[in-house]
Design a protein around this ligand. Structure first.
Ligand SMILES: NC(=O)c1ccc[n+]([C@@H]2O[C@H](COP(=O)([O-])OP(=O)(O)OC[C@H]3O[C@@H](n4cnc5c(N)ncnc54)[C@H](OP(=O)(O)O)[C@@H]3O)[C@@H](O)[C@H]2O)c1
Length: 285
């Protein structure tokens, strides 16, 4: 039976105390004793694979509780299995659907009490390699709905929660891209949405100041994930050649996100660019 959108799929490793209450994840008997600062809650979208999974695992091992969001229950469950017991909650979510996003944040708050971090990561490259004059409108819409509208909906829900919770505040980290700065050939939808994310980051960063909401962006280049698998065989270059490109480990991205996440709210990494050192970018190639 299909679940209603935004339904909690499973309270993964959900530990209950003798009186039936669900312990705060930071207080789980299976986790090390944590300070208040360490036992914070993150919502990670696109948590079932790639960068989202690596970030969810990195944060949870550092003591964070994590709400894992994505459309595929089976991959969310695989991520949950990598996370310390009691520290995660998987919520099937299509970020392009407002009711799913509302359900995600409601479930996260119900389970963990508050939201300290949104890693706004879910995204799609869309049909790469299609000339702009041949790109079906539906394909354009799908990329915009996922990368931009989905990121907006999640950021809006996080902003609302962070503004009203006590203590007030939190952090949003948008996952941009090198494509937020400069395009690959034949990638108009991806490039346009990633450029738009930079505007989202700047606007939210400004509007979040009165409420102790810090907003930053990570712009990644060639982390080895499903999305970049084609890099190993060859990626289309601006001169028409197809050349394999260097990639880097997602763990290096995850450590960067954790650093951004664990700064005090008085400090913010506004933009971080993390890329495979030798990938074609700097020097126009
Ligand atoms: N890898 C890189 O080098 C690189 C570089 C720059 C930027 N990025 C960005 O990093 C993010 C993650 O990409 P990745 O490399 O880790 O690739 P990936 O493994 O393909 O991850 C994409 C994730 O987004 C989720 N997703 C897609 N559409 C969704 C939707 N409508 N609702 C909810 N979740 C959705 C997918 O899960 P479901 O299919 O289960 O929903 C998947 O877990 C993307 O925003 C991408 O643009 C990656």
């Amino acid at each position: 039976m299909r679940r209603a959108r935004g339904d909690t799929l499973c309270r993964v490793h959900n530990t209950r105390m003798a009186d039936g209450r669900v312990p705060r994840a930071g207080r789980s008997p299976t986790l090390p004793d944590m300070t208040e600062r360490e036992s914070k809650t993150a919502v990670v979208t696109g948590a079932g694979s790639g960068i989202g999974r690596a970030v969810a695992v990195e944060l949870s091992r550092a003591g964070w509780s994590v709400a894992l969001a994505g459309r595929r229950p089976e991959t969310l469950a695989q991520t949950a299995a990598l996370v310390p017991e009691g520290a995660s909650l998987a919520v099937r979510t299509d970020v392009s659907q407002p009711e799913d996003v509302a359900g995600l944040f409601a479930a996260a708050v119900e389970r963990f009490g508050r939201v300290d971090l949104l890693f706004n990561n879910a995204g799609t490259f869309g049909p790469g390699g299609v000339p702009v004059d041949e790109l079906p409108y539906e394909a354009w819409r799908h990329v915009v709905d996922t990368n931009l509208n989905g990121a907006f909906l999640c950021a809006q829900a996080a902003f609302r929660q962070m503004k009203e919770q006590d203590p007030q505040g939190g952090r949003i980290i948008n996952n941009g891209s090198i494509s937020a700065h400069t395009p690959r050939p034949l990638s108009v939808a991806y490039t346009a949405t990633k450029h738009a994310l930079t505007g989202l980051t700047k606007s939210l960063s400004l509007d979040g100041r009165p409420y102790r909401i810090a907003v930053g962006q990570i712009d990644i280049g060639n982390a080895a994930t499903d999305m970049t698998r084609r890099m190993e065989t060859g990626a289309l270059q601006a001169d028409g050649s197809v050349v394999p490109e260097p990639v880097m480990d997602v763990a290096d991205v995850a450590r960067t996100v954790r650093h951004m996440a664990e700064l005090p709210l008085e400090a913010n990494v506004q933009f971080a660019t993390v890329l495979a050192t030798a990938m074609p970018y700097v020097g126009r190639g």
